[in-house]
Design a protein around this ligand. Sequence first.
Ligand code: FMN
Length: 214
Amino acid sequence: MTAKLNLSVDEVLTTTRAVRRRLDVARPVPRAVIEECLDLALQAPNGSNRNDWHWIVVDDRATVRAIAAEYRAALGLLQSGAMPSPRYLTGAKGEDRMVAAAQEFHEKLDDIPAFLLPLMAGKVEGRDAFEQAAMWGSIVQAAWSFMLALRERGLGSLWATVSTRRAPEIFDLLGVPQGAYTLIGTFPIAYTIGTDFKRAPRAPVSEVLTYNRY
Ligand SMILES: Cc1cc2nc3c(=O)[nH]c(=O)nc-3n(C[C@H](O)[C@H](O)[C@H](O)COP(=O)(O)O)c2cc1C
């Protein structure tokens, strides 16, 4: 069993952050730690308990660099305007700080100890909201649980979806059958530099909650 920080559940839930600057790329991550976190993550619920997800960990140096190259290519598409920017990327509070941190992360991409690529079975294109909700709802909790389990063990990650713009190329690279899966992101895995993380600034409950009607 891996060393743990022994945080409370509430501490883990409130301090699991998007880690970019504080990823320690010099410290190797044993596969046993990743497998322990994934074992916990797989306890998350999934529709009809189908377990039809697939998870790829990339830790071979040449393949990490190839994934990094695809990540940069996806960013290039975004920055050149060849692909539209998602709504959440523009005009957000603290955007400048986030962009600076993202830049630092991009500079470290080649040295990330490992990436986790969660694969959701099937494609959402052409499916109605019910089917899509069941599909996303059958992978997102597990991926988040993986990040929570990392946090408890002194590691960090980042929910990074930009790379999905290059999913076909990434699938070719890793031998994933085209059309069978949806890539939900490339999650870096690394020990964090220091283990003290804070609550995030979020709109308070009083601003976002209503009872009984909108
Ligand atoms: C759906 C989703 C997609 C994201 N995609 C990226 C991404 O491609 N690159 C990146 O640097 N951060 C990405 N993030 C991280 C967010 O920018 C980060 O969660 C946000 O700034 C809030 O920070 P916090 O998670 O530490 O509270 C993504 C987060 C989510 C939930």
